[in-house]
Design a binder for this molecule. Structure first.
Ligand SMILES: Cc1ncc(C[n+]2csc(CCOP(=O)(O)OP(=O)(O)O)c2C)c(N)n1
Length: 363
């Protein structure tokens, strides 16, 4: 693969489905209706979960939450292209991908409820936990991928980063080493237009974020991140390439954050509602539904059944989360150090003393 001199945001963007759900070009024959329906179901599941998680936070039952509203195609499309033996290194907005990997909804709620047991996935044991420090997950992903290469293991690491995260120095450093070591890593930039209240154009003057691959000698691609088929197909090719020993790929997925940054944010304070309304006409779920419905592969009856099924699943997860025995106060000190430093030991002793579980709380 030659070094790209540019990635043209107008002409090089991979897209199969238009915002109206019409075909822009033929979908590869390897992507059948069964797979498309699976992707549709996974995106819908994520959206229904998001709605409930925000409601839980608003009613004081969840600490905070970063919704993936509008960006479901990026996480779902990318994770669907992975094998079980591959490893996911997620950021804090990637539960759509994590659900497909086998993280449960109850685990996700525990995590956002401040309980570290939510990061101890029963399913994908080797996937990384959520990374809140911006851009640090790229170094983790590239490091793990380098280890797989050194051990000659047939595994690929996939990681996500936001548009704002690509302005962080850690992103460049990790990307640089991914290129030098030719690690089997796929780095997906979730360009949702915003780093909290900072629009993408205010943090980077490049014509595209995919271009950042050029400086480190790796392949860069840009896809319509609201088209789950484009995300899936591009990530699948990048994973196959990485598995074949041909190195990493940087993929920029162009999407839009339809919700607030997190539940601690109010996006109406800095966004034009007219623009947000326009973005709602491009969102990924309605787009795929329109395509599938026109093909006869989806119907109102199936939609109603799916909505019921997802609400039921989310309801059960909420019950499991709310019914979970609170974590012991020692838990927050348990996995930090082999030998706890004195200042932390003191804090742990105080926590134990004041813990209601130990009959404390009154000093
Ligand atoms: C190292 C670091 N610096 C600052 C923050 C505070 N912070 C949290 S999210 C965020 C913006 C990230 O924006 P982007 O990468 O575009 O991702 P998005 O939230 O849009 O998915 C910042 C600055 C942080 N979590 N970590």
């Amino acid at each position: 693969m030659g070094i790209h001199t540019s990635v043209d945001p107008e002409t090089d963007t991979v897209r199969f489905l238009s915002p109206e759900g019409a075909l822009c070009r033929p979908i590869p024959s390897s992507i059948g209706d069964e797979l498309l329906v699976m992707l549709y179901r996974a995106m819908t599941r994520t959206r229904i979960f998001d709605g409930k998680a925000v409601a839980l936070q608003r009613t004081g039952q969840l600490g905070t939450f970063a919704s993936a509203l509008g960006q479901e195609a990026v996480g779902v499309g990318a994770a669907a292209a992975m094998q079980a033996r591959d490893v996911l290194a997620p950021s804090y907005r990637d539960h759509g991908a994590q659900f497909l990997r086998g993280m449960t909804m109850a685990e996700c709620l525990l995590y956002w409820g401040g309980d570290e047991r939510g990061s101890d996935f029963a399913g994908p044991r080797l996937d990384f936990p959520n990374c809140v420090p911006v851009a640090t997950q790229i170094a983790h992903a590239v490091g793990a991928a380098y280890a797989f290469k050194l051990r000659r293991e047939d595994r690929v690491v996939l990681t996500f980063i936001g548009d704002g995260g690509t302005s962080n120095g850690g992103f460049y450093e990790a990307l640089n080493m991914a290129g030098v070591w030719k690690t089997p890593a796929v780095i997906v930039i979730n360009n949702n237009g915003w780093a909290i209240s900072t629009p993408c154009a205010r943090e980077c003057a490049a014509a595209s974020l995919a271009q950042k691959s050029v400086a480190v000698g790796i392949e860069g691609r840009q896809v319509d991140g609201n088209d789950v088929v484009a995300v899936y197909d591009t990530v699948r090719q990048a994973i196959e390439k990485a598995r074949a020993g041909q190195g990493p790929t940087l993929i920029e997925a162009l999407t839009y954050r339809l919700g607030d940054h997190t539940t601690a944010d109010d996006a109406t304070r800095y966004r034009d509602p007219e623009l947000v309304r326009r973005e709602w006409t491009r969102e990924p779920i309605a787009r795929l539904r329109a395509y599938l419905t026109r093909k006869g592969a989806w119907s109102q009856h199936k939609e109603d059944a799916l909505q019921r099924e997802c609400l039921e699943e989310v309801g059960q997860a909420v019950n499991a989360y709310l019914g979970a025995q609170p974590a012991d106060c020692n838990a927050m000190f348990d996995h930090l150090y082999a030998a706890l430093p004195a200042s932390y030991s003191y804090q742990r002793d105080m926590a134990r003393r004041f813990s209601p579980r130990n009959g404390g709380g009154h000093g």
